[in-house]
Design a protein around this ligand. Structure first.
Ligand SMILES: Nc1ncnc2c1ncn2[C@@H]1O[C@H](COP(=O)(O)OP(=O)(O)OP(=O)(O)O)[C@@H](O)[C@H]1O
Length: 260
C-alpha cells in the first residue's frame, strides 16, 4: 500500500467538501477519482498533500510524489527554457533532459515566454515538468483538461507507461471514456462522499438496468423516467422486472443523479 486515506473530512465554513472518505491505493495502480464539478476531488488531493488542513481523518503516504495541480499556471514572465532550469534547481529527482525531450515532442518553443503560450501549450509544458520527475506516486488533477484529442491520448499513453514502470498514479477526471480506458480502480465521488469504489470491470458487472412500472422502486439509482416506467440502475442481486446490461456511462450518470 502506497497511500491510505481514512475517514477524511474537510469543510470550508459550512460547506462539507469531503465527507468521511476512505480508500487505499496499491503500488503500481492507476487510481481514478471521478465525479461531477464540486464533488470534492481537488480538496481530497490537497488534503493528502498537506495543502489543505483536514478537519479529521488519517492520511498515510509512503514515498515521494509529483503533483500536477488543477490550475496549470506557470510564471508568466519566464521563458519555457528558464522554467525548466528553475524547476531543476528546486525539484528533487528532476531530469532537465527528460523535460526538454517532452517539450520537443509536444513542439513547445523553448525561447517563448510562458505568457505567450496557448492554454493547452501551458498545460503540456506543466505536464512535461511533472513527467520529468522521478517520483513514487503521481497526483494529477485533470491532466488532460483543455487538450486536443491526440494530445489527450498521448498523455494517457504516458500515464500508462509510468504504471508499467511500477509508478502509482492518482488522477481525477470527469471524462468517462478516458477513465474507462486507463484506470485500474475507480472511485466515484459525489457531494464529498465516495459512492462506489472498485475495479472498473467489477463496477460494470455489479449493476444492471432495471425497467419497472411507475411506483415500483427496486432500490437503486434512478436513471430515467418515462410516463409509464422508471429506469433504475440497480445491483444485480436486487434486479426485478425487465433487466438489461448497463454501460459504465449509465452507471455513472445514475449514481451522480441519485446521490444528489
Ligand atoms: N477554498 C475554498 N473555499 C470555499 N469553498 C471551497 C474552496 N475550495 C473548494 N470549495 C468547495 O468545496 C467543494 C468541493 O470542491 P473541489 O474543488 O474539491 O471539487 P472538485 O470535485 O475538484 O470539482 P471540479 O471537478 O469542478 O474541479 C465545492 O463545493 C467547492 O465550492
Amino acid at each position: 500500500m502506497i497511500l491510505k486515506v481514512e475517514n477524511l473530512r474537510k469543510s470550508y465554513n459550512s460547506k462539507i467538501a469531503v465527507n468521511d472518505v476512505s480508500f487505499e491505493i496499491e503500488k503500481g495502480q492507476i487510481f481514478a477519482l471521478l465525479g461531477p464539478n464540486g464533488a470534492g476531488k481537488t480538496t481530497t488531493i490537497k488534503c493528502i498533500l498537506g495543502l489543505r488542513k483536514p478537519d479529521s481523518g488519517k492520511i498515510l503516504l509512503h514515498g515521494s510524489y509529483a503533483y500536477l495541480p488543477e490550475e496549470k499556471e506557470l510564471y508568466r514572465y519566464l521563458t519555457v527554457k528558464k522554467t525548466v532550469q528553475i524547476t531543476s534547481q528546486i525539484t528533487d529527482n528532476f531530469s532537465s533532459q527528460k523535460a526538454l525531450n517532452f517539450l520537443e515532442e509536444f513542439q513547445i518553443p523553448l525561447d517563448e515566454k510562458i505568457s505567450n503560450l496557448s492554454h493547452g501549450m501551458m498545460t503540456q509544458t506543466y505536464i512535461s515538468l511533472i513527467f520529468a520527475q522521478d517520483a513514487d506516486i503521481y497526483f494529477m488533477d485533470e491532466p488532460t483538461w483543455g487538450l486536443d484529442p491526440i494530445m489527450r491520448n498521448r498523455i494517457l499513453e504516458l500515464i500508462r507507461q509510468l504504471s508499467y514502470e511500477g509508478k502509482t498514479i492518482f488522477y481525477t477526471s470527469h471524462i468517462l471514456a478516458e477513465v474507462e480506458k486507463l484506470a485500474d480502480t475507480i472511485a466515484i465521488m459525489v457531494n464529498g462522499k465516495i459512492i462506489e469504489l472498485d475495479e472498473i470491470d467489477n463496477i460494470k458487472d455489479k449493476y444492471v438496468v432495471c425497467i419497472t412500472p411507475k411506483g415500483k422502486n427496486p432500490g437503486g439509482f434512478l436513471y430515467k423516467s418515462t410516463d409509464r416506467e422508471n429506469i433504475y440502475i440497480v445491483r444485480k442481486e436486487k434486479a426485478e422486472g425487465v433487466v438489461e446490461p448497463a454501460t459504465f456511462d449509465m452507471i455513472f450518470e445514475a449514481i451522480v443523479k441519485g446521490a444528489k
